[in-house]
Design a binder for this molecule. Sequence first.
Ligand code: GLY
Length: 300
Amino acid sequence: MTYGMIATWEMAYDGLQKGLAHLKNSGTAADALEKAICAVEDEPTFQSVGYGGLPNAQGVVEMDSAYMDGNTFQLGAVAGITDVKNPIKVARKLSHEKFNSFLVGAGATAYAKEVGFTMTEMLTEKAAQAYQERLKAMAESNLSPYDGHDTVGMVSLDDTGSMVAGTSTSGLFMKRPGRVGDSPLAGSGLYVDAEVGGACATGLGEDLMKGCLSYEIVRLMKAGLTPQAACDEAVYSFDAELTKRYGKAGAFSLIAMNNTGDWGVATNVEFTFVVGNVNQEVTLYTARPDNQGGTIIQAQ
Ligand code: GLY
């Protein structure tokens, strides 16, 4: 009997504690993941996910989220959704739909309202202030307007062997209205097969979606690689390929867990992530590339 969860970024620490406590009490992987991601979405000090997320170029918080069930491959996603408190709940609900399981923009928001999800203004005073300051800085210099794409991505395994994966993000700060990153895209932002394992991404969506890295990591695990070897192989070979062909690679980081609770991570920048499982309380780690095709991982 085993269970475990892994998630991107330190911001997922408290959420993962809630999720892991649920798994410890024989809760499902799905409920544990929803609880954990909602905790991140609900925290106003996190500026890249949910309430408090930084807005697009018109000052609107547009969010992307996806949920995938590794047993059935059911998949639900929303992109450019607004005014909904917990996009991950909408994505999970949509995963049960045979048709219309990926909704965007006004259609996604209307669906959330119609089904009865909690609707709220997602722009906090602090995020509105950051927006005004960025507008001012942009008017004064050639500063790139874009940053802040720290998606929460999570893989959850319960003691029945069920696995799910989920993502939630407000995407790039100052993005064009309608811009969508990797997070809601199966294969790029997330992928999970309960007979193998799951993976999730965070980083520059425009580059992540060129490599379908979450799917690639699951494929490599299925071929027999450990989660760590699969992450290293997928991330560093794609980073090199993208740099060779496209001239540069944006920042990206991937996490993975297999169906026995072993995990791995690879990244082309300094990155934090959290893991907990049957043998280990939730632990915060940092990771960075060793520049020789491997990853240096340190517990904090
Ligand atoms: N990885 C999240 C985004 O680019 O929107």
